[in-house]
Write a protein that binds this ligand. Sequence first.
Ligand code: HPA
Length: 278
Amino acid sequence: MDETIFNNAIASLPQTFREGPAPRAALLLGSGWNRAADSLTALETIPYSEIPGFGAATVTGHDGRLVLAEAPGGGRVLVFCGRRHWYEGCEWEAVVMPAVLARRLGAPVFLVTNAAGAIRTSLAPGDVVLLSDHLRLSPLTPLRGPHNPAFGPRFPDQSRVYDPELGETLRAAAARQNLTLSDGVYALACGPAFETPAEIRAYGILGADVVGMSTVPEAMVASAMGVRVAGLSFVSNMAAGISSRRLDGNDVVDCAARHAPRLARLVLDFLELLPAAQ
Ligand code: HPA
């Protein structure tokens, strides 16, 4: 990864982002999760399109703006509303920009969220899965290339990408709305095509519970840089072949929109409970 891209991105941010107390946490809000930002008091907002090396979000359900806001429970929170995906054709730097900016702006905690298809048949659309681990089912990785210690060790440990203590805080936040989070393993598919039923059967045999086209690169980079990571998948559909229903990106967006208030509540409660867990 090219460090100058991140330096230029940071230099382009309004001063409020770079001055004052470091954010207590950074949030990366994927499909269905963007509404969480609306309930926060924003101190400063910048569209991704104005951040060099990031670029406008191109996928429906991804707002493409970075917000610095007052966090419930005190302090500040950095909120990435929407993400860039590898399948959009952008550079890795754009995909992992939230992880690197979170680290550089001093956030000790990074919550990554997404919408995903359920592989495990006991899950159903509307469920929320707490990520316990992931499967990167392709050789694609943002960490390929000459080693730069600014992005962590050459061989980052991946045995605990998702922080169990943050997971407990998320469970406590979910309990406030009588929501039980299932633990699950997230499989990264490259997209943009949905998977075939045969692929989904294979992922299931390998131990995946949910599947999606994001999250893993950002989580890998943040954890390699020493940021504590937590991950949540909102189940927007049963994965290919798990139900007889054919997959349609619009259904993912519609399902996510129906559940957006609940997901926003979960994120806000997590922020409120966070200080106690640190
Ligand atoms: N597959 C991959 N990505 C997804 C899915 C899916 O079924 N649902 C939401 N994102």
